[in-house]
Write a protein that binds this ligand. Structure first.
Ligand code: PMP
Ligand code: GLN
Length: 393
């Protein structure tokens, strides 16, 4: 049979996360590749979900999501960020952030429209822009040697805008670099959106995982941005339950309505009982979220120190589950070669950063490690990488 897959999706094979997790399982490796925690979310969340299932909350919820969850989302966006959202028309529940991203891009990107993305970029953005028939305009995040963090050149961002530009994807805290955009960077992005009448779609799944007292500032809170910004979040990272695949988009009614029109034919609705439990946790488990942030920051430090000791050049991570490490001090040029060799040679899985770039040379030397793991798991990974580094040099 000729290749049945539509042409514009042919460059997309198995996702790097699935591939690396499979390799990790096959080789019994410590999996610092795919970003999922190895401890559970708050006990009350798990118990409430079980209770709701046993009590019979097992049929379709309303398409836009359970009102309890939409109201809880509206309350926390107001409490944390002063954003005022109508839970009936401005909040919409999706099957994870992944479905929120897919529905947003399919709903808002016309064939031939250009979409600005910061690279490295989360893998689903590229695939969904392609599926929508859009064109990516990547703007590089590069390491600033003065601070060790990844940032963009405002002039490069401005020159990426053309008359065909429709939308900009903004992910902060940023996967995979760990960058949390500063107030100046956010102001720059907002100015570009206002000057060129662009829609912003923000991926804020790591909104509660910023470190060292850095605030998470939603783009929607900047002047002139509320009416043009669609914000996407997920319970997966908020409460460390990545399997629950429940997220939400929020923003002005016309943008949310556009997403709703598309999403009703993608998934129609998300789960039921989980949404009720999540609503309760958003209202009542704020202290757990704060403890998780503190714990994750310490894990970042633990892994960063361990990887430096093993010979990697570790970049600054200001948030998320991830940090990026440069393999060149270990005598390698290509992070993909290293990431593909590590499971068999060292018993550790990681993700080559190259796959997150259109301009792959930009990320050739980088490997992404996840630190959302138990301390003993991180220590074991570091010990294995230390032995591997010494045996190779
Ligand atoms: N965006 C980013 C930046 C992510 O890292 C992830 C993975 N959690 C997602 C979206 C997808 O989130 P979900 O699992 O809720 O679909
Ligand atoms: N968001 C997770 C990561 O970046 C993986 C999600 C997935 O497997 N698609 O590792």
């Amino acid at each position: 049979m000729d290749e049945p897959l539509i042409e514009r999706m042919r460059t997309y094979g198995e996702t790097i996360f699935a591939e690396m997790t499979r390799l990790a399982v096959e080789t019994d490796s410590v999996n610092l590749g795919q970003g999922f925690p190895d401890t559970d979310g708050p006990r009350s969340l798990l118990e409430n979900a079980s209770r709701h299932i046993l009590e019979g909350v097992n049929q379709y919820p309303p398409g836009p999501g359970r009102p309890e969850l939409r109201q809880a989302v509206s309350r926390y966006r107001s409490r944390h960020h002063g954003l005022d959202l109508d839970p009936d028309t401005e909040v919409y529940v999706t099957v994870g952030a992944t479905a929120g991203i897919a529905a947003s891009l399919l709903a808002l990107v016309e064939r031939g429209d250009e979409v600005i993305v910061f690279e490295p970029m989360y893998d689903s953005y590229a695939a969904m822009i392609s599926l929508a028939g859009g064109v990516r305009r990547p703007v590089a995040l590069r390491r600033d040697d003065a601070t060790g963090r990844f940032t963009f050149d405002p002039a490069e961002l401005r020159s990426a805008v053309t008359p065909r530009t429709r939308l900009i994807m903004v992910n902060t805290p940023h996967n995979p670099t760990g960058t949390v955009f500063t107030a100046e960077e956010m102001a720059e992005i907002a100015a570009v959106c206002r000057d060129h009448d662009l829609i912003a779609v923000t991926d804020e799944v790591y909104e509660f995982l910023t470190f060292d007292d850095r605030p998470h500032v939603p783009l929607a809170t900047l002047p002139g941005m509320r009416e043009r910004t669609l914000s996407i979040s997920s319970v997966g990272k908020m409460f460390a339950v990545t399997a629950w695949k429940t997220g939400w988009v929020s923003g002005p009614e016309p943008l949310v309505r556009a997403v709703r029109t598309v999403n009703q034919f993608l998934t129609f609705s998300a789960n039921g009982a989980l949404q009720l439990a999540i609503a309760d946790a958003i209202d009542n488990e704020g202290a757990w979220v704060e403890r998780q942030r503190v714990a994750m920051q310490a894990k970042r430090d633990r892994l960063a120190e361990g990887l430096s000791g093993a010979g990697f050049d570790v970049n600054v991570s200001e948030g998320t589950y991830f940090l990026m490490a440069d393999v060149r001090p270990l005598g390698y040029l290509d992070g993909e070669d290293v990431a593909r060799a590590l499971p068999r040679e060292a018993g550790v899985a990681a993700v080559p950063a190259k796959v997150f770039y259109d301009h792959q040379d930009e990320g050739r030397h980088l490997v992404r490690f996840a630190f959302c793991k138990k301390d003993e798991v991180l220590d074991e990974a570091v010990a294995r990488l230390g032995r591997w580094g010494r045996s190779g040099s």
